[in-house]
Every structure is written in C-alpha cells, then in structure tokens.
Design a protein around this ligand. Structure first.
Ligand code: AMP
Ligand code: MG
Length: 498
C-alpha cells in the first residue's frame, strides 16, 4: 500500500467464509507485483457488483487487482480442498495459486466471491510458483465472458492485471493476476478434503454453510443433506446439458474443478468443439480421453458420486447401508435429469416449442448426421434456422454429401408445422439460442499470443466483442464465425498453463 494513502474502500466486504469456517483455509497475503498494469477491466461486472471505481486511478486499480494493495475489508485466504485428478485421489490440493479476498453482495442481492488467481504461493502450493501467465489469464477472461453471454452459469473475470514480472513455464512468459468472481469457490473437492480426514463434523459444517449460501430453502428440513445432494445433481445435470449443446469441452473435469454452486469453474485446457465428434479431446494431458466431449455428462455423474460419498455420514449417521441406499437413489436420477435438461434445451435449438415423444430421436439423428459428415457443430445449428425458413443451401454446403439430410430436414419441417407456429417464428427463436460466434480455438490462440508476445490486445478485444453478443450476426465479423481448417483442428492442443 502506498504509505501516503489509506486503504481504498472499493466495496463493502462481508466475509462469511473467513468468519464461519475457521479450519477450512489458511490466511495468506498476495505477493506485491513489481510493475502492475491493468490489462482489462470488466466494466459491466464491476457495475453488477456495485464496485465504485470512478474515483480510482487506473494505476491504483492495477495495484489493487494485482494484490499489491489490499482494499479495505479484504481478508485474503487460501481454501483447503482435495480432489480426484484423472480418477486418482489427491487428499491435499488447495489454493496453490489463488486467494479468496472476500465476499460481496451484488446489486441483485446475490453473494459473490472475489478471488485472485496467480497472486503468488500459499501454504498449499507444493511446488509451482503460485503465479499465472498473461495467456491463461486472458483465456479465462475470454471464455468466461463467452459462456456468460451464452447464458451458461460460470465464474467471471473482473480484472486482468499484468504484474510486470516474468513467470517460468516451458519458456519465460509475462505474468498476470486474474480477479475471479464466483457464486462461491466450494468444490466437490472441498468436501473431499475433510471427508478424507474422517472429519465428519467439518463435512457437516461445510454442508450447512452451502445450504445457507446456495440452497436456503432447505434450511431446517430434516432431509436437508440428501436434498442438498439432489440440488447439486440437478444443477450439474443442467450445466452439462448446456455445455454439450454449445460444444464446450472443459478439458479437466477433476473433482476439484467442479463447483457445488453449478457454475463452470477453472478454465484451463478448455476448448470448443468444431466438427461434431463425441471423441473430441484437445487437452495435451488428457492422453486417454477421459474428459473427451462425449464423456463429460458421465464424468459429471462420477464426480457427483464422489460428492455423495462425503455426504453419507450426514445422510444417516446410524446406518451406512441406509445412507448409501438413499444417496444411490438420488444419483440414479442424474442420467434422467441430464437427459431431460438436454432434451428440453435441444428442442429450443430445433425451433420446437412443445414436447413430442419423437424429439429425442429427431435430435439424435441430427447429431448422427453431423458426426458422419464431420460438420462444424456451431455453424450447423446456426444454419439450421435459415434452412427451416426455406434456404437450405448454406447448411448443405457444410455436408460432404448427405443423402439422409434432405429426409431429416423434411422431418424437422413437418414437426415444426405440426406446432402450428409460423415457420419464420421458429427460425427467429432458433437464432436466439444457436450462437453464430463462439471463441473459436484458432482465434483464441492468435488473440492470446498477440497479447502475451507483443502486448497487443486488439485481437483479444475484437474476439471478446464478438463472443459477448453471440447470437447477433454482425456485418464485418464473418471471420469470427468461420471454423479453422480441419488440419488445424486435427493438431490443436490445449495446455493447463499452470
Ligand atoms: P488446476 O490445474 O488449476 O485445477 O490446479 C490444480 C492444483 O494445482 C490446485 O491445487 C492449484 O492450486 C495447483 N496449482 C496449479 N498451478 C499452480 C502454480 N503455478 N503454483 C502453485 N500451485 C498451482
Ligand atoms: Mg483447479
């Protein structure tokens, strides 16, 4: 903190995690940055949080959001958590390069965490420098904003600040700190940390805290822990359906990267699928395809089972058998909940307003067509709107050759007509849910390389602008809608960037 000035009162912090959950974290200060400079600031999110930054110089904002100067009321802490990483259990992970600053109540009355990523080592960083590089920080900023604009629950970036320091990865890279805003940072792995130590009381305390924070309607119910499990299962089922329907591949769905709030969290080696193929994997470390696009719903179910295991003593303290039976009954609902969420959302993508028994088959046959013809997932959905409105040529161009496409399109048209709605209405509603702009992998890489290597944020800004209004086709932005060459995508790899 500059000695001449008092701490800035940015916002009124109300830090329940620090106050109520002693023993769940370690207090820790961020490293000051040598030469903090604001890379990007999220004005609309700041507004939503009620942050008053008008009177604050950009240089001071950079000092605050690099961890160099703490705002009044912040109580930085590193949260403890464990996690299954690629199926293997690690009993101690924790925030090794992140710090929770505190919580604020936003303008909509929702409690939000404000946290740093890349602000230096903590007592949980066993190895690693606790830092982050400009590229991965901007990737998280960009993908989080894209997901938010697509209507998908996600943590979001408030700020990206360059530290002026170099971080050592495979090569030396410019460092940065991300400020992340989340409904909370409680993960499946947070429960696992205490369950693995046999500390049932802490598991209970955490579950009570989560109920109060995320599911207050369950307070006082005798079956509240089972109901909490069900609520988390429901949120994840819907989240996964949303990921699948935009072609999002998280890349590292470890249990420490799954938030109980139902928000998408931890954008590392994530990517968007181009040509539809359930086996798509981009992450360099996912050698066996555990987290392939098509396996994500199933993996979420696996992670939820790990969560349920930690809940057993809370569900029934007397009888493990009874607890297992009750938890199993909830977990068994997950595939059905996922299918229901997926079907209801896929219907809107198909321009349908009412359910019909054949809809799942109609949707699945469409995906089979995309798979067989290696068609770009995003463009195919988008052009389907034009097709139902009468112009099928742009869609047909995406198909290598498809004798089955025409009869399938006929089926869809008949189905839409059955609803008695004007076809133009269906096309309009399809354009509202089928994005034209997603963060295309090749464009993300160009934007991050320009920012990291040359300090040029123009490509990043252009792409961010496109993906922030994903449904509005705008002249001049055609290249943001175009897939990469298939040869590029075939070799594309993403990295953790840690
Ligand atoms: P992630 O791959 O970001 O989900 O992180 C997995 C675990 O590794 C977490 O406990 C992180 O805090 C830790 N970690 C990741 N990167 C670093 C780093 N650069 N320094 C210290 N710990 C890290
Ligand atoms: Mg993580």
């Amino acid at each position: 903190m500059p000695s001449s000035s008092l701490p800035v009162e940015l916002v009124s912090f109300d830090n329940t995690y620090a106050r109520c959950l002693d023993g769940f974290y370690v207090s820790c200060s961020p490293d000051p940055a040598t030469k903090p400079a604001l890379l990007r600031w999220n004005y609309s999110l700041a507004e939503e949080l009620g942050l008053d930054v008008r009177a604050i110089e950009p240089s001071r904002l950079a000092a605050i959001f690099s961890g160099t100067e703490l705002p009044l009321g912040a109580q930085p802490l590193a949260q403890a958590y464990a996690g299954h990483q690629f199926g293997g259990f690690n009993p101690q992970l924790g925030d090794g390069r992140a710090l929770l600053l505190g919580e604020v109540i936003d303008r909509n009355g929702r409690r939000r965490d404000i946290a740093f990523k890349g602000s230096g080592p903590t007592s949980f960083s066993r190895g690693g420098d606790g830092k982050a590089a400009v590229g991965p920080v901007l990737r998280e900023f960009l993908i989080g904003e894209a997901m938010h604009a697509l209507g998908i629950p996600t943590t979001r970036a408030l700020a990206a600040v360059a530290t002026g320091e170099r971080v050592r990865r495979e090569r030396s890279l410019p460092g940065a700190v991300l400020t992340r805003v989340a409904a909370s940072h409680i993960r499946v792995g947070t429960f696992q940390f205490f369950a693995a130590r046999g500390d049932d009381e802490k598991v209970r305390k955490l579950a009570d805290y989560v109920i109060e924070r995320h599911e207050p309607q369950l307070l006082g119910r005798s079956d509240r822990y089972l109901a909490l499990l069900r609520a988390v299962v429901e949120r994840q089922a819907d989240l996964l359906a949303q990921w699948m329907l935009v072609g999002f591949i998280h890349g590292v769905m470890n249990t420490d990267n799954m938030a109980v709030s139902g928000e998408t969290i931890d954008y590392g080696p994530c990517a968007f699928m181009e040509a539809y193929s359930p086996a798509t994997v981009f992450s360099s470390i996912d050698v066996h395809g555990r987290y392939a696009y098509g396996r994500q719903p199933q993996i979420a179910g696996w992670n939820l089972t790990r969560l349920a295991e930690t809940f057993l003593p809370l569900i029934d303290a007397e009888s493990t058998d009874r607890a297992v039976a009750e938890a199993t009954a909830v977990l068994e609902e997950y595939p059905r909940l996922y299918e229901a969420a997926w079907l209801s959302r896929v219907r809107t993508k198909l321009g349908l307003a009412t359910p019909h028994a054949d809809d799942a088959a109609l949707a699945k046959d469409w995906l089979t067509l995309l798979d067989r013809n290696e068609v770009d997932f995003t463009l195919a959905w988008r052009r389907l709107a034009g097709t139902v409105a009468g112009d099928s040529q742009p869609l047909e161009q995406l198909f290598k050759s498809s004798p089955d496409l025409t009869p399938w399109l006929e089926r869809l048209r008949r189905r839409i007509e059955q609803e008695g709605r004007p076809i133009a209405d269906a096309a309009t509603s399809m354009r509202r849910v089928n994005p034209v702009y997603i963060p295309r992998n090749h464009l993300v890489e160009v934007a991050l390389a320009a920012a990291s290597d040359d300090g040029d944020l123009a490509p990043f800004d252009g792409l961010l602008d496109a993906v922030k209004q994903p449904y509005d086709e705008r002249p001049g932005l055609e290249h943001f809608a175009a897939p990469a060459a298939a040869s590029y995508t075939a070799c594309y790899k993403t990295y953790c960037g840690t």
